[in-house]
Design a protein around this ligand. Sequence first.
Ligand code: NAP
Length: 286
Amino acid sequence: MKKNASLMLNGKALAASEERQLSERVAALRQRPVLAAIIVGDDPASQTYVRMKADACRRVGVEPRTLQLPATTSTQTLLTHIKALNEDAEVRGILLQHPVPTAIDERRCFDAIDMAKDVDGVSCLSFGRMVMNCTAWGSATPAGIMRLLAHYDIKLSGCHAVVLGRSPILGKPMAMMMLNADATVTICHSRTRALAERVKEADVLVAAVGRPHFVPSDWIKPGAVVIDAGYHPKEHCGDVVAERLPEITSAYTPVPGGVGPMTINTLISQTVRAAEQSARQPQPTL
Ligand code: NAP
């Protein structure tokens, strides 16, 4: 019997089509929303990611504002900048590019972002509310993955989802979003025993381990859905060995062109929704 063809989950195409709708929504706003990005230090990957986000902002009419701070910035100084952005009425979204230099208390700075402007979903408050199914902006990469799965009508209810990685911005929120979508979720990390066996049980696998070619083809259950969130610019690959994915899986994300464009699009889409919500608030009477 002929096997059904595997579906490539094209994040690049979905993000491009979403951008067309976002442009129309931004044009309908009275004020052009600002997405403020803070980069601390001169990590070249961070510079590239912030530039890509700024380019995507411009394509839909959102104004990107980049605050470049030196690597020697203290936690206190960074908190002062975040406070100023919280109070700036033009700014609808705030992005603190991860990672910041190790001397900075990144968690404290993430948590200082006003929840209404936390369009990257990085604060404990946003995370906790998302877990409890309350209104909050989702962490951009996992929320982008959920949008990609929904677009291709991939149902998670009853599936065994395995998330490889438990970082605060990716693995942990991913696992909680999949749990909220009624998947049975296993979270794997560097202390997980018999990792290959756990991964082989996945109906849906999300690889967010940050190591090139970490997951070999023979760890993947035939017919599984494979989401590769990893990206390694030097090797130009993700966390999963990609060659045989079209023949083994029922659906998979390419690298590049899968998760990355959805992350950026989700960040901007959440900024536009934040601006729309703010526009609906009654203006204070003097
Ligand atoms: P991270 O903070 O370094 O977390 C990596 C996770 O993988 C940790 O939970 C770690 O476990 C686990 N891990 C490391 N080595 C392992 C091993 N040998 N066996 C099992 N688990 C292991 O990375 P991240 O920020 O989540 O990013 C992960 C990947 O996603 C990176 O490639 C990054 O570039 C990519 N990313 C992509 C996007 C996008 O838009 N496409 C956005 C963000 C990140 P422990 O917790 O036990 O240390």
